[in-house]
Design a protein around this ligand. Structure first.
Ligand code: DP6
Length: 346
């Protein structure tokens, strides 16, 4: 007998960045963050979780057809939390099959080319956690699941909600209040678009986990960012989203990306995620906004050189059209919120 459940979770792109952990084991951040979850039809991970007495006696995870190591502390933390919730249910109702004792088989597929060089840990852990929660028929809310997914990868907690999503840093040492929350559903501001500029498909040089630890340990700029800059921006950003003020949304998005990359440069040894193509994309956004006489496009960069450009549907031609014309051919997939275009490395 095989028990099975499937789900999908989309990628999210932060407009106020998570960078820095106050507890690396529980993935508790030094500041709150905020992101936009892409549409289900766009970049997403599809995951099937199954368990069976007939499976080999170990847990396994297949990502895009290749076997992954599940022995890492993060994956183990997710498995452990979900199994323990299932065990509670089984303890309350003896008629339930003892799924918590069975080996798990997780099969995940990303619908975007791995070559797109996009971080997939957010969608990956969000889908993994929800697939297992579905398999175990847990009564958990998205908030509960975000608390578990956070332990897999911090940014994953935000992919449990659609639309505009915050991650409250929380105060508790056990991380119980460090969870994601929905600022507004996608339908609140459906005109929002994101285009992803694939500058490099190469794996990033310094992983976010390692990078942020070094930043916390060495950057003096970082302390001010966490204590002062981000809390103010979290407020302003939520207001901008509530009143659908793209100029403020865009300005904070760009400034927060710059602030995050400034702390990277202020890290010792310094971390460089942006390259010349990234900087050219920033200049193009500046030129687009200058020509429009207001902010109609906003760039943001995660721990790598690829740009994500936010804009509103009404400015499609001026923003996405221009980037496509400049950067050349589009990649092989397209969606309402995420549309990748490949830039040449030179
Ligand atoms: C720059 O969530 O990948 O994308 O918690 O160590 O897995 P871990 O880090 P991760 O970091 C994401 C950093 C970021 C900003 C963001 O998404 O908020």
């Amino acid at each position: 007998e095989i028990y099975r459940a499937s789900t999908t979770a989309p990628v999210n792109i932060a407009v106020i960045k998570y960078w820095g952990k106050r507890d690396p084991k529980l993935n508790l951040p030094t500041n709150s963050s905020l992101s936009v979850t892409l549409s289900q039809s766009d970049l997403r991970t599809h995951t099937t979780a199954s368990c069976s007495p007939s499976y080999p006696s170990f847990d396994s995870l297949l990502l895009n057809g290749s076997e992954q190591d599940v022995s890492g502390a993060r994956t183990q933390a997710c498995f452990r939390e979900l199994r323990s919730l299932r065990r509670n249910l089984e303890g309350q109702d003896a008629s339930l099959p003892k799924l918590s004792t069975l080996p798990l088989k997780i099969v995940s597929e990303n619908n975007f080319p791995t070559a797109a060089g996009l971080a997939s840990s957010a969608a990956g852990f969000a889908a993994l956690v929800r697939a297992i929660a579905n398999l175990y028929e847990l009564p958990s809310s998205p908030t509960d699941l975000s608390r578990i997914a956070r332990q897999g990868s911090g940014s994953a907690c935000r992919s449990l909600f659609g639309g505009y999503v915050g991650w409250e840093q929380g105060k508790e040492v056990d991380g119980s209040d460090s969870v994601a929350f929905q600022v507004a559903p996608e339908s609140h501001w459906p005109e929002m678009r994101a285009i992803i500029l694939v500058v490099s498909a190469a794996k990033k040089g310094v992983s976010s986990t390692t990078g942020m630890q070094t930043t916390v340990a060495t950057s003096s700029l970082f302390a001010a960012r966490a204590s002062d800059t981000v809390p103010k921006r979290m407020k302003q950003m939520q207001e901008a989203i509530q009143i659908k003020d793209f100029e403020t949304f865009g300005k904070i998005t760009m400034m927060d990306s710059n602030s995050f990359h400034a702390t990277c440069l202020d890290t010792y040894p310094p971390i460089f995620y942006l390259n010349d193509v990234s900087r050219a994309a920033i200049k193009m956004v500046e030129a687009i906004n200058a020509a429009a006489g207001r902010i109609i496009a906003a760039y943001t960069f995660d721990a790598g050189p690829n740009a994500v450009i936010y804009y509103l549907q009404e400015n499609e031609a001026q923003v996405a059209g221009l980037f496509k014309a400049f950067m050349g051919e589009k990649d092989g997939w397209k969606g309402t919120r995420g549309d990748a275009i490949q830039a040449s490395e030179e």
